[in-house]
Structure formats: C-alpha cells, structure tokens
Write a protein that binds this ligand. Structure first.
Ligand code: FAD
Length: 623
C-alpha cells in the first residue's frame, strides 16, 4: 500500500544524523519525510549528554554555519559550558556543553516539528525499494510503502544490534530500543562491504546516593561560551557544576577479577571498539602502570536524579559494575539506575561511498552517521547535513555539495571515510586536519555560510546577521589599518604602560595589536583609540585576523601548492609496484586503497611526501 505517492527525500532514523539530514533537505525546499522508530526519541543522546569538545566542537560550529540545528539545541539545553584549550591558540580552542538530555531532545523535536517541507512518521523501516540499482523508496514494518528518488539511511547502532552485559547478551538498538534486524538483513544482501563495530556506555547513578563533598567541583567557564553563531547566553538554561573523582587500586583489582566474565576479554564481542574512548576494563589492561583514572561526574539534567560517570564505560557483569562503582571515592553508597553495557552493530565500509555520501552501488541511496563507522553525535550530525543536502541537490538536479579538506572539518571527515575507510569507530580530532589554522571554530561561518546560502541551506535571518558581522569586521580592520599612533600622540603614555617597547615611531593600530602583549580589547580600552566593537564575535574575529595574519597566509600558500597536484589523476589500472623507490608497505597500501588522484593518495595514512614525489615524477614521465 502506498501511504503517500511520493516524497523527494526520505530520511530513515531520527538520531543526530537523521535530524540534520531531514532539516537540511527541508530547508532546501524539497518535500522531505523523516521516518523513525519512535518520535519520543528524536534527538536522543544514546550515551554521554554532552555536545562538542576538541574537533567535535569544530563540527558543531560548521553544522551551525550551514544552518543546521545542533548548536542551537546545545545552547538551549547546555547546563555547563566550557572552552577547552582556552590557553592555546584559536585553532585548537573548542566549545563543549554538558547538556540536559531531556531539554536537548525537546529542542531538536521542536525544530523538526516546526520545519517547513518536513513530514514526520513513526514506524520502523524494514526494507528498501530498489529497481535497476536505483533506490525508489522504503517499506515499513506495517508494509506501508513510501516512494522517493533519494533515501538517506541514518540508523545508527541499530543494524543487527547486540547488547552485552557480562556474558549475557540480547538484541537491541540501544538499551530500551529494538534492533533493526530486517533492514540489516536486507542491506547485507546488497553489494556493500559490511563489518561489526562495538561501543559502550557506563552505568548511570542516582545523584542522591553520591557524596559530592568528596569530589572536586568543576564549574563552567565565565563568560559562558555560546555554540551557535545566532545564539546568545540568554538562550542557556540554569548552569550547574560537574565534579571529578578517580578510580583507585581497589577499583582496578575488582575489574581484573571480573575479566573472566567480560564479553570483551572472553572473545564474545568481536566488533572493534573506539580506541579513543575505551571501556574502563580496556584502560586497566592497556595502561597497566596507571593506578588511577579520572572520572567526570556529569549531571544528566536539571530535573533528573541521574548522573553520568564519564570515564567508566563498561560491559562487565552487573555485580562487578556495582562493586567497581562503590570502590570509587564519593560513590561508596551509589545506587545504579541503569547498568552499563556494550553494543555491537553492523556498519558499512565508507569506501563504498562517494564524497556526497551517496552509495556507489545504489543510486539515490545515501548513508550518514554511525552506519558509516563513525562515533559521536557531532560526526553523525555533520554527515547527516551533507547527505541530506546532497540528496536534495540530486532531486533538484544541481551540482553536489562537497567540502574540501581545507574548507571544513566536515570535508576532512568525509574525505577520510570515503578514501581510507575505518577499522575502528572514527571520531574527529583537530590532528586529523592538515590546515588547522584555517579551520577554526571562530571562523566556521566565514568559511561556510556563503556556500550554504548558495545551495539554499541558510535562511534570510542567518544570512543578514552574517553579512552584518562581516561588514563590522571589514570596517573595523580598515579603521585599525588607517589609524596611527606616534610618540606625540595623546594616547601614548597610557599605551606605553601596556607594551614592552615604548612607541618610538608611527605605528598603525593594526601593528600595535600584532604585538604579543597587546590585545584588541586592551588597546580599545584607551579612550582616544576606541571604541571597541560591541559585537563580540566580530571583535574576536578582528583580533584573530590581525594576530595570525602571517600564519594564515602561509597556510593558504601551502593549500595553493597542494591543490596544484590535488587533482592529478592516477590511472585506474596503475601498477604501484612499478614505481621504483616505493617501499613494499607503501605499494601495498596504495594498491589496496586505489586512490584516484594524487590528493587522495597523499592522505592515506603512512603515505609520506617522499612517496608522493616519487609517484608524481613517475606519472610525469609516463604522461
Ligand atoms: P543514532 O543516534 O543511533 O540514531 C539512529 C536513529 O535511527 C534512532 O532514532 C533509531 O530509532 C532510528 N532507527 C534505527 N533503525 C531504524 C529503522 N529501521 N526504521 C526507523 N528508524 C530507525 N559516541 C561518542 O561520541 N562517545 C561515546 O562514548 C559513545 N558511546 C555510545 C554508547 C552507546 C551504548 C551507544 C548506543 C552509542 C554511543 N555513542 C558514543 C555513539 C553516539 O550515540 C552515536 O555516534 C550517535 O548517536 C550516532 O548518531 P546516528 O544519528 O548515526 O544514530
């Protein structure tokens, strides 16, 4: 039965990838359907109730710059905000918000429910309609058929999901939700490479049974950071502190004593887990010399008694979980509300995807989120936005939206996945980007909002706000370049108190700000040189653009150099072994990955610039 004849884009799954995918397609004006298991779990955070962090915060700002919802939802739900790496350079500074799980869900659901061109339907999708290697729609559990020329699958950890607690295991998409077994079987019959991954989560504790006086309080930052370029501190709910405690030798003994009933250490779990977010049993085994590990004790919400002990994710049996939790300072009388668990699930090799996130084998079918081997809400949201936008662009018969590695962390993420694939849950780090100085959180809008506007992702309000900010920045930069101080200037005695070497000749205000001891705000505090811009984001941008101008232009030159060879083609049947000087390992890696261009070859891990030079010389000789 056809419930409704046709949509332009169908998004399956209302998690972080699905929400951004559906909103992106709908913003671009195409008729979009979001089908998800349960409307109550739209925007549900399966694990840690926090958004952002190093590398991840960058993705959130980029999603926001392209009109996405994650940053605004984090602003409305964030109960503790911090700027990580605040003492380091702007490239690696990152925003992180501890979120109220329920407020986050409400914010996301509200955005989805009020989006134009978006229909929401609650049902499990069990099958895809595929004709002549082209997707045509989906079939739900009840046998309802929905037609569309593009389908974005964002089903997270649900495909063939198996939950493990000790040696007990059962099927589930995450605790309390059913797995997607029918769909998993259907997808396994299609020509995609499929494998298993694993992730885990800690036990949740009852705040009323914890002794916070034994823990170290960790307040949020002041001034309170804001995630969205369109947001303000006024969007935030009441702020609360988090706490820190630690595991100890006793905890580690208890864990070691339970390993004979650990699904990971007895070989019951075969999927590979996230190396950068290991379970506590993994930490104890891998870092055997450490006798203590930090635990961030994070509230789940303003009106919730649940607490998330970040750092002790585990799949050990429940009795061992109880003992290990109660061995920790401040947790002596802890009551576990929900047991910790690990989940194994199917993921698809992202090398079977194009850079648009459309699958290579089935036209019109896109994959986004954890299904592509990533972990994290931010990574999922970023892929969702790009997949949703590209599905809409395909319907509109327009050019795809592909972000380059020098344009966005989103570009780095998708290029890494599509070029190199992943053998473990992939998460974003700033170290994955070659051009970190350009890909900062603070300039995500400058990098992406105009692009987003071009394809229809950015609405009028955001576009006007962006242009206003750009004008303020430009005007202020011009003023600072054109205004001078000299030894007889009225401001000079005040100014000399702020700097190491007194003013001995004429300097523009721009030059003054470039001095290491000077900041834009300090300089503008001198009455005759100000006033400072009141627009916080514009003022921050003025300072960064002035202070880092030299480094930024050097990085731009590097990009131009790399781009000259970026698109140099490598023939499909190229014999890498015939290039003399390449090590066997490099030949094996290149032969396995079969990069289409020099740019892609250069990003395969272990492929050195020297190997790229040899390849270039060889190709040049042949060509
Ligand atoms: P999800 O958020 O899982 O959303 C999938 C959605 O699809 C759900 O709404 C589901 O109901 C729906 N769905 C599934 N199948 C169907 C179907 N057939 N029909 C209709 N709807 C369907 N990330 C971290 O960064 N750090 C962590 O420590 C961490 N730990 C985790 C621990 C656990 C136990 C789990 C489950 C996840 C963890 N994650 C962690 C991962 C994080 O939750 C995911 O990366 C993120 O939620 C992925 O987003 P997604 O949109 O791809 O999928």
């Amino acid at each position: 039965m056809f419930y409704q004849q046709s949509f332009d884009v169908i998004v399956v799954g209302g998690g972080h990838a699905g929400s951004e995918a559906a909103l992106a397609a709908a913003r671009m004006g195409v008729n979009t359907l979001l089908i998800t298991h349960n409307i109550e779990t739209l925007g549900q955070m399966s694990c840690n109730p926090a958004i952002g962090g190093i590398g991840k915060g960058h993705l959130v700002k980029e999603i926001d710059a392209l009109g996405g919802a994650m940053a605004m939802a984090a602003d409305r739900a964030g109960i503790q905000f911090r700027t990580l790496n605040s003492s380091k350079g702007p490239a690696v500074r990152a925003t992180r918000a501890q979120a109220d799980r329920s407020l986050y869900r409400t914010a996301m659901r509200n955005t989805l429910e009020h989006a134009e061109n978006l229909t929401i339907f609650q049902q499990s999708v069990d099958d895809l309609i595929v004709e002549n290697d082209r997707v045509c729609g989906v079939v739900t559990q009840m046998g309802l058929k929905f037609k569309a020329p593009t389908v974005v699958l964002t089903v997270g950890t649900f495909l063939g999901g198996t939950i493990h607690i000790g040696l007990e295991n059962f099927q589930g998409g995450r605790a309390g939700d059913p797995p997607s077994n029918a769909l998993a079987q259907r997808l396994r019959a299609l020509p995609f490479r499929v494998d298993r991954l694993k992730t885990g989560t800690p036990a949740r504790l009852d705040a009323r049974t914890l002794d916070f006086s034994k823990m170290q309080e960790q307040p949020g930052d002041t001034p309170i950071p804001v995630f969205s370029f369109m947001g303000s501190v006024a969007d935030h709910p009441r702020q609360v502190p988090c706490y820190i405690t630690h595991t100890n030798e006793k905890t580690h003994d208890i864990i070691r004593g339970g390993l004979d009933r650990s699904p990971m250490y007895t070989g019951v779990i075969e999927g590979v887990g996230p190396r950068y977010c290991p379970s506590i049993e993994d930490k104890i085994m891998r870092f055997a010399d450490k006798n203590s590990h930090q635990i961030f004790v994070e509230p789940e919400g303003l009106n919730s008694i649940e607490v998330y002990p970040n750092g002790i994710s585990t799949s050990l049996p429940f009795d061992v979980q109880m003992q290990l939790v109660r061995s920790i300072n401040g947790f002596e009388n802890a009551h576990i509300i929900r047991p910790g668990y690990a989940i194994e699930y199917d993921f698809f090799d992202p090398r079977d995807l194009k850079q648009t996130l459309e699958t290579k084998f089935i036209q019109g079918l896109f994959f986004a989120g954890q299904i592509n081997g990533t972990t994290g809400y931010e990574e999922a949201g970023a892929q969702g936005l790009i997949a949703g936008a590209n599905a809409a662009l395909q319907v509109q018969q327009k050019d795809p939206l592909i972000l380059r590695r020098d344009q966005a962390y989103m570009g780095v993420l998708i290029d890494d996945l599509a070029t190199m694939g992943t053998k473990e849950p992939y998460r974003m780090f700033t170290s994955r980007a070659e051009y970190r100085l350009l890909l900062r959180e603070d300039n995500a809008d400058i990098r992406l909002t105009a692009l987003g506007r071009e394809v229809g992702l950015v609405d009028d309000t955001r576009w006007q706000a962006f242009n206003h900010k750009q004008e303020l920045i430009e005007q202020e930069l011009q003023r600072l370049r054109g205004q001078w101080v000299h030894p007889d200037h009225v401001a000079v005695s005040e100014l000399n108190q702020l700097i190491k070497n007194p003013v001995s000749r004429e300097h523009s205000l721009e030059e003054m700000i470039r001095r290491p001891e000077m900041t834009y705000r300090k300089l503008m505090a001198i009455e005759s040189l100000g006033p400072a811009l009141k627009h916080e984001q514009a003022a921050e941008q003025v300072e960064i653009q002035i202070k880092y101008a030299g480094y930024i232009s050097r990085q731009q030159e590097e990009i131009a150099k790399a781009q000259r060879h970026e698109n140099t083609l490598i023939p499909a049947d190229f014999d890498f072994a015939s290039v003399s000087g390449l090590s066997n390992e490099v030949v094996a890696k290149l032969t396995d990955a079969r990069p289409e261009t020099i740019g892609k070859a250069s990003r395969i891990s272990g492929i050195t610039p020297a190997a790229i030079s040899l390849l270039l010389v060889y190709l040049k000789k042949q060509g």
